[in-house]
Design a protein around this ligand. Structure first.
Ligand SMILES: C[S@@+](CC[C@H](N)C(=O)[O-])C[C@H]1O[C@@H](n2cnc3c(N)ncnc32)[C@H](O)[C@@H]1O
Length: 307
């Protein structure tokens, strides 16, 4: 991930929400009247996976969780299951929650493919798959006090558009963690946004499509709703021209919370801030950093644990 690219979106920059709280829609440029979250659209989910394959954030979280020595991870908004599979391959038990049907469907297919693969490693496909539980739903379905770590990867944190939803997911992550458990996630740094660069000219890209041929995608900023309290709400439209010439588009509002809001919400949920980074190379967070990457901890002696 670089300063001016936002890869976790189908057809380019920005990321995407889903489920009941999202206004995100997809459809054809001609307008078929059909609008649904892109995360529920198998065509967009395919593009998402092409554009987000092997990203630095996956390596970052895998290494971090390895260093923390965790054995069980709750992956909130696990999407198409890329990180979950990597962690399971490293011997970690993972529970992924994902509200979008088309995303979790791909995660399930990934696991089935891995089971079918002949392997000579210490983690044969079936044993690896046995370490992953996928839940089609939300963080409130996670088991209480069971996870050594909870993660929100791929800017999932920005999909909680309203402060009440954000506070709620932090509370659920806190509940799902054992005392002393870790929370790690990232959110794009609003102080470093270069919205001028989010236009067709700078973001247009053509890539091979897994089904054959090529697709071209680019990004457009549709609206910016300033919010001094919770951070601006920025809505992007991702455009894609499919190999057969069809034009698709998907709109996606995301919340850009500044550091002080993220810190205040973590504290309110009961977390202690442990570490901040500004990019996937673990560089220090400063004004120009593209990311706000956070490692927080549930205190070892939290209220509920002393009950
Ligand atoms: C950009 S994707 C990231 C997926 C995956 N974590 C990754 O790194 O590829 C954002 C994900 O957040 C999910 N999401 C949106 N709202 C959510 C919610 N309320 N609870 C959990 N996940 C949510 C979306 O469905 C989508 O799969």
């Amino acid at each position: 991930m670089t300063t001016d690219q936002h890869p976790d979106h189908p057809g380019q920059p920005c990321a995407e929400p889903s489920g009941e709280s999202s206004a995100l829609t997809s459809g054809t440029e001609a307008g078929t009247g059909e609008h649904r979250p892109w995360t529920e659209d198998p065509e967009f989910v395919t593009l998402y996976d092409v554009e987000n394959a092997g990203m630095w954030d996956t390596d970052f979280y895998r290494d971090l969780l390895d260093e923390l020595g965790v054995q069980t991870v709750a992956d909130i908004g696990c999407g198409t299951g890329g990180l979950a599979l990597e962690l399971a391959a490293a011997g970690i038990r993972v529970t992924g929650v994902e509200p979008a049907g088309a995303m979790i469907q791909v995660a399930r297919q990934r696991i089935e493919q891995r089971i079918a693969e002949p392997t000579s490693s210490d983690h044969p496909g079936a044993a690896l798959a046995e370490r992953i539980t996928l839940i089609h739903g939300y963080a409130d379905q996670l088991e209480s006090g069971a996870a050594d770590a909870a993660v929100m990867v791929g800017h999932v944190a920005q999909y909680f558009l309203h402060r009440s939803e954000w506070d709620q997911v932090l509370a659920e992550a806190f509940r799902a963690l054992r005392p002393g458990g870790w929370l790690a996630f990232e959110s794009r740094n609003p102080a470093a946004l270069e919205l001028d660069a989010w236009d067709e000219e700078s973001t247009r890209e053509t890539q091979p499509h897994p089904g054959g041929g090529e697709f071209t995608s680019w990004l457009e900023v549709l609206s910016i709703e300033p919010d001094d309290d919770d951070g601006d709400l920025i809505t992007c439209r991702a455009h894609s021209i499919m190999p057969d010439g069809r034009k698709l588009s998907a709109d996606e509002p995301l919340r850009y919370r500044p550091l002080h809001v993220l810190c205040a919400s973590l504290e309110q949920a009961g977390f202690v801030l442990e570490q901040l980074w500004g990019d996937w190379d673990r560089s220090e967070l400063d004004e120009d950093s593209p990311e706000i990457i956070i490692l927080a901890r549930k205190p070892a002696a939290s209220k509920e644990s002393s009950r």
